[in-house]
Ligand binder design. Structure first.
Ligand SMILES: Nc1ncnc2c1ncn2[C@@H]1O[C@H](COP(=O)(O)OP(=O)(O)OP(=O)(O)O)[C@@H](O)[C@H]1O
Length: 362
């Protein structure tokens, strides 16, 4: 396994970008630690496949370098990079048995047959494929075939990294959950460097130790799932992670007063200072999980109109309007909540402030 490093790495398919907008991947520095389990998360078209293909060597970046353990691999062919890749759809030999499919990457590298036998059985056991080893791949379901593709990705011990490109797309929802758990377990057992591409936040947050969030060709945050939830660096992370995502309200300063529309909001002194120090477009961000009902005129609260209360079993999802803005609150299922006028506390220690969409302050 290897530590993978990007040095000023960027890619523009046109070859001559005039501005940052022209990059599929904006120039960046980044490190993927040896043995780390990473998820690369972002919406369609944000540059995930471009990044993965640069690591595997299917694509040469238009600028910068890719290093494996300090060695420059930027111009190295795919076959010399020692990367295993698992795609959305099964890639295997239908006429071969499951065993031979799993053994293929090892036999191809002239690994001793005794070692092949042992390793294939080990991986088959991990993926619950032991019973199917003698079967021909052709007769198996799409789920089972994709498990074999995962096994083929995991079977070699000597790879620099394993790249998964939305590998659970064809798997049915129940088994998806099981396989995600399996991959996590396998990672802990084998200590592989894994990069798992997905546009599904649940998949990313359950699989990875570190999540890398991308939008419009840019990595906007790399961090542990809790950090993405509690301290998003960018409004996109607040919006994309969580269900529903973070609430955002534009705020403005008038001297020492923080205004949301016509209402004045009392906030902590340190946060007020951070707002005063920044000169961009300001927004308050709070997760629905942290919004509270408050007494009229309470510190950090605004007067709002509750327009909808949805009972969701383990919580109630409340929609409220004020000053032309809409916010959601996730509240306890036992509370009695009526529609109509109600004060909501939005300024709390958990509240994050953004300037030009980037987090400021604490
Ligand atoms: N071969 C190409 N030539 C020109 N532009 C491309 C090419 N491949 C991708 N792009 C563009 O680069 C940007 C990033 O695409 P990429 O496929 O990396 O995104 P993605 O996040 O993997 O999307 P998806 O989840 O839909 O696969 C997009 O705007 C896309 O249109």
């Amino acid at each position: 396994m290897a530590r993978i490093e990007f040095k000023n790495l960027g890619h523009a398919y046109s070859g001559n970008p005039a501005s940052l907008k022209d990059y599929a991947l904006q120039p960046m520095n980044m490190v993927w630690e040896d043995g780390g389990a990473y998820a690369l998360l972002g919406p369609s078209g944000c540059g995930k496949s471009t990044l993965l293909n640069i690591i595997s060597g299917l694509l040469q970046p238009s600028e910068g370098q890719v290093l494996f353990d300090g060695r420059d691999m930027t111009r190295m062919a795919t076959r010399d990079r020692n990367i295993a890749q698992v795609f959305q759809f099964p890639v295997l030999y239908d006429t071969m048995s499951v065993f031979d499919n799993l053994a293929f990457p090892l036999r191809n590298r002239k690994i001793a047959e005794r070692e092949v036998q042992a390793r294939v059985r080990e991986i088959a056991e991990m993926l619950d494929l032991t019973r199917d080893l003698k079967q021909r791949a052709a007769g198996l379901s799409a789920d089972a075939k994709q498990k074999i593709s995962l096994g083929r990705g995991l079977v070699r011990k000597d790879v620099a990294a394993i790249l998964f490109d939305e590998p659970l797309t064809v798997i049915d929802p129940h088994m998806k959950w099981e396989l995600r758990q399996k991959l996590k377990e396998i990672h802990h057992q084998l200590k592989l460097t894994l990069i798992y591409v997905t546009h599904d936040q649940v998949e990313a947050l359950t699989f990875a130790d570190e999540v890398v969030v991308m939008t419009e060709g840019k990595v906007v945050q790399q961090g542990k799932p809790e950090a993405l939830f509690l301290r998003p660096d960018h409004t996109f992370v607040g919006y994309f992670i969580g269900s529903p995502g973070m609430n955002f309200c534009p705020v403005r300063l008038e001297g020492d007063a923080v205004l949301l529309g016509q209402q004045r909001l009392q906030i902590e002194a340190a946060q007020l200072q951070a707002l005063k120090n920044s000169n961009g477009e300001l927004k308050l961000g709070i997760r629905p999980e942290f919004v509270e009902l408050a007494a009229p005129g309470a510190t950090g609260a605004v007067s709002a109109e509750i327009t909808q209360v949805q009972h969701l079993g383990t919580s109630q999802l409340v929609t409220a309007q004020f000053e032309g803005m809409s916010v959601k609150a996730r509240l306890s299922p036992e509370m009695k909540i009526a529609t109509g006028n109600q004060w909501l506390r939005l300024a709390k220690p958990e509240t994050i402030y953004f300037s030009n969409d980037e987090r400021i302050g604490r």
